[in-house]
Ligand binder design. Structure first.
Ligand code: 26Q
Length: 820
């Protein structure tokens, strides 16, 4: 990318003048962020247009990643890096007396996702564009993204995330491509204007879907793909009659109701789901996206839909967009007059489904009542899909009525969205080797027996452009100094760093870089939270959504145990440690919220106890999100990946820690297994019960947490401290946590996630961490070995796997000459 400094400067000034009526000296930080971003957007535009026209010129297959979540974070720095003009822009701004770092911090995160699944979608888009694959995202333009978390009196309090308060400089509204999505109404059968007999819906509630496009800039390439997000609005606007009658609320009622569809991102609640508005969101963006694809197809190729699967691969990011399957059936049959069999043969070649969870309760099911009244025609189509499926199933397992019932897409009054996806699609994938094995052998065993060839693994990955180039420039320079460039697009080249694992100078430099990144995090927390951390201490970090299966509780109980030891035994002298947490809990997830309160309560106590003498500190980082994650990973020494074995589908923060040189303290779960495999177990701290051991206890009902409490008095003590007044004089706040471990509450077994069973093994692994950290050079060597072997965990590798096995798309290269 050629960069014209003079033109950029002029552009920036012109922007400020036009948009804000200011010159540079009058502009505030936000004005500057907006004008700089708009000027960058202008640089992106020609390549974006050229990419689109290349795709139009080459009728080749494209990938559409349908996802209810895209956790994009900030775009400015990332776009500059991918364009290859970051240093140049910083230079120009410096010349104008503008500090880039301050500008950068003005950008709100696009927090349109909960966690791993949403961030994975964002990493995939980056890799698709970088590798020159025609692949795009389709999702929802939530007006409010992931809530803003504040900690008040140790409790999480949620505030709305009004990320669109100012305009978003990256989006382009495409009113010309708006479509209508229909809800409710009655199914009718009758003649269309041109005399054909079709199903149609009468008296439906109509919602307008308007697309907003964001450019997805590839790294060191001209390819710029598109993330298209749909916004809901009312076709009728507000009611002027009612307004004139001074019935103001009624006047805007319909407008509000339509806009509510894309109002807010739903949390990944652990509790019962099935809210009608959530289903409305899902159908809203799936219907809009498929209408968009079909319109485009018909405009270019006419109505010979047999070609459709040759030009489209649609990846369903979990079950959230599965309603796209019957929606495409509806469009093909009701709007284009296709017969069932022809339409179905298109479906079977087009859709592929990714599963992201092993928790049975998280598999999406919809009440028939809710589904049918909201989407009557879609329900009818799902019934017909199921009728045909059951014929197939009965032929295969004629006498197995149990199985026929279990696998029926509709049973027990509910629609099983995963079943629909597996039956209709041609591919089902898990997101790590262990996860896929568990899908095949446990969770989706019935389905694997029926369709073994559909099942495949695609171990997750992360983009090194954001999680290394952008977030850790010093480590990036360290790498490039030794192995040259190239790793930005082929992370396996990091293997070349192994030459340096015994080079003291390199190890010293690595230590210095880590130290400097820790200093920067210390500085950030000082300003943001008035927290004073010791950068000499071990930074032991657990950042991820708060969930019982992720076992933040195991981490805190161990901290409470260390604290007890420090107080009782003055000769106990481990290296100083800082335990850092960052986590949001779904607003309705009561037990997760008590764990946040517990972390903060323990932190308050320990951090203010002078007897601890700087050996132990606990920090809860408020409002954990992508832009904060970018400051945390580079500063971490220890990566806490301590989920109950078999429960974390993959994990992706584990990979971000690894490329940034943190050592993994983790269970044999999800992608941790593959991380230990790549880096060598001796360069991390694996611990804990295996999936098999847990499965065995589960089957034989032999787990008795009481035994572990009896055998380990120090553990019994910390568990008792949850209710004995040590941390809470009311004895109430942590009672449910206590009882859930010891007795089981609300009909649950005690300690469902084997916290007590793994405690001792975890404490021993933590002792090894402390011991290992004493030898700085040997620690740095392990860190470098981790970095050198992190190549597998680039989302570029993941995308190549999807392309080869599932999507079968070809690269489309945009040449410099194609850009006008
Ligand atoms: C479902 C129904 C109603 C409301 C919300 C939801 C919902 C929303 C989000 C359910 C789940 C999610 C998010 C799940 C998720 O992030 N899963 C993670 O996906 C990562 C990428 O594959 C994995 O690495 C993680 O292991 C997995 O937990």
């Amino acid at each position: 990318m050629k960069f014209d400094a003079e033109k950029f400067r002029e552009n920036l000034a012109a922007r400020l003048r036009r948009q804000y009526g200011k010159d540079i000296s009058q502009a505030n930080r936000h004005d500057l962020f907006d004008a700089v971003s708009a000027s960058v957007q202008e640089i992106i535009m020609p390549a974006w247009m050229a990419t689109r026209s290349q795709y139009e010129k080459n009728p080749t297959k494209q990938v559409y990643y349908l996802s209810a979540e895209f956790l994009m974070g900030r775009a400015l720095s990332n776009n500059l890096i991918n364009l290859g003009i970051k240093d140049e822009v910083i230079e120009v701004l410096k010349g104008m007396n503008i500090n880039f770092n301050l500008i950068e911090d003005e950008e709100p995160d696009a927090g349109l996702g909960n966690g791993g699944l949403g961030r994975l979608a964002a990493c995939f888009l980056d890799s698709l564009a970088t590798l020159d694959y025609p692949g795009h995202g389709y999702g929802i333009r939530y007006q409010y993204g992931m809530f803003e978390q504040r900690i008040e009196n140790g409790y999480q309090v949620e505030h709305p995330d009004n990320w669109l308060k100012h305009r978003d400089p990256w989006e382009v509204k495409r009113s010309d491509l708006a479509v209508t999505v229909k809800f409710g109404g009655e199914i009718k059968y009758g003649k269309t204007p041109d005399g054909q007999d079709r199903f149609y819906i009468a008296n439906a509630e109509e919602v307008i879907a308007t697309p907003y496009d964001m450019p997805i800039v590839g790294f060191d390439t001209n390819t710029v793909n598109t993330l298209r997000l749909w916004q809901a609005s009312s076709p009728d606007g507000f009611d002027l009659q009612l307004f004139n009658d001074m019935r103001y609320n009624e006047a805007v009622f319909k407008q509000n109701e339509a806009e509510n569809v894309s109002r807010v991102l739903y949390p990944n609640d652990s509790g019962p789901q099935g809210k009608a508005l959530r289903l409305k969101q899902q159908y809203f963006f799936c219907s809009a996206s498929l209408q968009d694809l079909v319109h485009h197809f018909v405009n270019n190729y006419g109505t010979d839909f047999a070609k459709f699967p040759e030009l489209h691969a649609i990846q369903l990011n979990d079950t959230h967009p599965v309603v796209a399957i019957p929606e495409l059936m509806r469009i093909l049959m009701d709007e284009y007059g296709m017969g069932w069999n022809d339409a179905w043969s298109i479906i079977e070649k087009t859709f592929a489904y990714t599963n992201h969870t092993i928790l049975a309760e998280a598999l999406e099911k919809w009440d028939i009542q809710i589904f049918q009244s909201l989407l009557p025609r879609i329900y009818q189509i799902v019934e017909e899909i199921n009728r045909r499926f059951l014929i197939e199933l009965r032929a295969k397992f004629p006498n197995d009525y149990e199985r026929q019932n279990r696998m029926s897409i509709i049973h027990n009054g509910k629609i099983y969205m995963a079943w629909l996806a597996i039956y209709a699609g041609f591919s089902v994938n898990g997101v790590a080797a262990l996860h896929t094995d568990l899908l095949k052998n446990v969770e989706l065993k019935d389905w694997y027996e029926l369709y073994p060839k559909k099942f495949n693994n695609k171990t997750n990955g992360i983009t090194q452009r954001r999680w290394l180039c952008s977030s850790n420039p010093e480590l990036s320079e360290f790498i490039t100094k030794r192995i040259g460039h190239g790793w930005e697009k082929d992370l396996t080249l990091l293997k070349g760093l192994e030459k340096y694992v015994d080079d003291n100078e390199s190890l010293e430099e690595l230590i210095a870089i880590k130290r400097h990144n820790k200093d920067k995090l210390v500085e950030y927390l000082k300003h943001k939270q008035n927290e004073f951390l010791d950068p000499e201490s071990i930074f032991d970090v657990q950042v991820k959504r708060l969930h019982e299966y992720k076992r933040q509780l195991l981490n805190v109980l161990h901290i409470m145990y260390l604290y007890n030891r420090l107080i009782k035994d003055p000769s106990f002298n481990p290296p100083p440690r800082t335990f850092i947490f960052g986590a949001k809990s779904a607003s309705g997830y009561r037990r997760a919220k008590s764990i946040i309160k517990l972390i903060n309560t323990v932190a308050e106590r320990i951090n203010n106890d002078r007897r601890v003498g700087g050996k132990l500190r606990v920090v809860f980082i408020e409002n954990y999100r992508v832009s904060v994650a970018e400051k945390i990973f580079p500063a971490a020494d220890v990566s806490e990946q301590i989920s109950t074995a078999g429960k974390e589908a993959s994990g992706t923060s584990n990979m971000k820690f690894m490329v940034n040189g943190a050592l993994t303290l983790g269970t044999m779960d999800g992608a941790n297994i593959e991380i230990f495999e790549e880096a060598g177990k001796e360069n991390g701290f694996p611990f804990g019960l295996s999936t098999e051991e847990i499965q065995k206890m589960e089957e034989e009902h032999t787990y008795n947490p009481q035994q572990y409490l009896e055998r380990n008095p120090a553990l019994a003590e910390v568990v008792e401290q949850l209710i004995d007044g040590t941390y809470d004089p009311s004895h109430q706040i942590f009672k449910e946590l206590h009882d859930s471990l010891v007795y089981g509450v609300e009909g649950q077994r005690p300690d469902v996630y084997y916290v007590l069973a793994d405690f001792d093994l975890y404490a021993k692994a933590q002792e090894k961490v402390a011991e290992a950290y004493k030898d700085k050079m040997s620690w740095a060597k392990k860190a470098l070995i981790n970095i050198a072997n992190s190549g597998k965990f680039s989302s570029d590798r993941t995308i190549e796997d999807y392309v080869r096995d599932i999507w079968k798309v070809k690269k489309v290269v945009v040449a410099d000459e194609d850009i006008k």
